[in-house]
Each structure stands twice: as structure tokens, then as C-alpha cells.
Design a protein around this ligand. Structure first.
Ligand code: SAH
Length: 223
């Protein structure tokens, strides 16, 4: 029975990834492989588990969601993490996005992920433990709207909650040549921004419109 369930999820995962490839969301082999390896069903609350491979966000409690798989694909492609890199994620939620990045950076790299809601940090900790990623992911509880100074500098920073503008401390915590991916805009409508640090210059690229839950904190929205 258990084996049968695992097989169902694996074939559903493969089917979803084929769709994400054909829709153009997934392009790089490293991102495809990572999303094929990480079991999304481990990061979805029990009552929604059967929808793990629907391309939709799902509730994880406390008014928060695990992002839709196509959004994880888009953001990971834009972030372009490489093996061995140090990555900061702000907005741990379920821990799924952190696991996808952890697959790519490998055991030589590391992911620090910051979550402001302690119960979600605990949820993510359990999910990441079961999925086997705690050797390369560290969870920090607190306001990550100003990044996470203690482990800086980072090769990559990804923010999975919407900010009113790019938080300045994150630019400071980025290495030269580093990339930051962040939804920026108003509550309930943002654009995905990619910020590249090139020496003293900061280059901004704008990608697609998106809707993320708000980044709540000192450099985010105040609520
Ligand atoms: N990346 C997650 C989804 C994130 S949902 C996943 O793969 O499941 C956005 C998360 O950002 C929520 O859990 C929310 O509590 C968190 N968040 C919002 N503001 C934050 C802040 N200032 N610091 C850290 N986390 C924050």
C-alpha cells in the first residue's frame, strides 16, 4: 500500500515536470533534476497531500501558502543557483523551495532560510528532516526582511514573500556577481525582480507579474 502511494506520487511528479518543461517554465537540467528529486508531498499538509502535484499554491496554515510548482520553477531558474554556493532564502514556509535549492547547491553548498512564524519554521524543520536535507539547510526564526547578516555574504538571495521595495541590507549581503530574486510591488500584485550585483553597480531586470503573500517586517510591509 505504502509503495503504491509512493509510485503514484512519483508518476504524478514526472507528469507535472513534463508539463512545466513543455510550458517553458523549466529549462535547465539542474532545476529539472532538483524538482524531480524533491518529493513535494513531504511539504504539503496531510489534508492537501493528494493535490501535491497540481500546479497550484496550497495552504500551509497561518494564512501562508506553499508556492505553485511553476512559480518555484520560474524563481529557481531566475536565481540560477550553482553547486557549492551559499544561498539565503527569506520566507521558509513549508521548506520546499529551500529543498529544491539545496538539491542544486549540494553538500558543498548551504542554504540559510529565514521564517518569521515559529510554527511554520517547525513545520519546515520536520519536512526537511524527513526529506533528508538538514545537512545543507539551516532554518532561522525571525524577521528576514533585512536578510540574515550572520551568514553573509551570499552568492544568491531569494525572497518568497512580496516586498514594497528591494531591501538595502540584502544588496549589502550579496557577493560581487551575486543574484537576488524578489517579488516587489504592492500588496497582492507584484513583479518578480532579478537584481545582479556587479562591483559597485547594481543591475535590475524585471520579469513576470506575480502575487505573493507579504514580507512582513522592518524592510517589508508593516502589519
Ligand atoms: N518558500 C515557501 C513559501 C513561502 S510563503 C515554500 O516553499 O513553501 C512566504 C513565507 O514568508 C511565509 O511563511 C511567511 O510567514 C514568511 N515571511 C513573511 N515575512 C517574513 C519575514 N519578514 N521574515 C521571514 N519570513 C517571512
Amino acid at each position: 500500500m505504502v509503495l503504491w502511494c509512493i509510485n503514484i506520487f512519483e508518476s504524478e511528479r514526472r507528469r507535472l515536470i513534463d508539463v512545466l518543461i513543455s510550458e517553458g517554465f523549466l529549462r535547465s537540467q539542474s532545476v529539472i533534476d532538483a524538482m524531480m528529486r524533491v518529493p513535494r508531498e513531504y511539504f504539503v499538509p496531510e489534508e492537501y497531500r493528494r493535490y501535491s502535484y497540481s500546479d497550484t499554491p496550497l495552504p500551509i496554515g497561518y494564512g501562508q501558502t506553499i508556492s505553485a510548482p511553476h512559480m518555484v520553477a520560474i524563481m529557481t531558474e531566475l536565481l540560477s543557483p550553482q553547486p557549492g554556493q551559499r544561498v539565503l532564502e527569506v520566507g521558509t514556509g513549508s521548506g520546499y523551495q529551500a529543498a529544491v535549492i539545496a538539491e542544486i547547491v549540494g553538500v558543498e553548498g548551504h542554504v540559510w532560510t529565514v521564517e518569521r512564524i515559529p510554527q511554520l519554521a517547525e513545520f519546515a524543520l520536520n519536512n526537511l528532516r524527513r526529506a533528508g536535507y538538514l545537512d545543507r539547510v539551516s532554518i532561522v526564526v525571525g524577521d528576514g526582511s533585512g536578510g540574515f547578516e550572520p551568514a553573509a555574504p551570499y552568492d544568491r538571495i531569494i525572497v518568497t514573500a512580496a516586498a514594497p521595495e528591494v531591501p538595502r541590507p540584502m544588496l549589502e549581503q550579496l557577493k560581487d556577481g551575486g543574484r537576488l530574486v524578489i517579488p516587489v510591488g504592492e500588496l497582492w500584485l507584484q513583479v518578480l525582480k532579478v537584481v545582479v550585483k556587479e562591483g559597485s553597480k547594481i543591475r535590475h531586470e524585471t520579469s513576470i507579474p506575480c502575487v505573493f503573500v507579504p514580507l512582513v517586517g522592518r524592510y517589508g510591509f508593516r502589519r
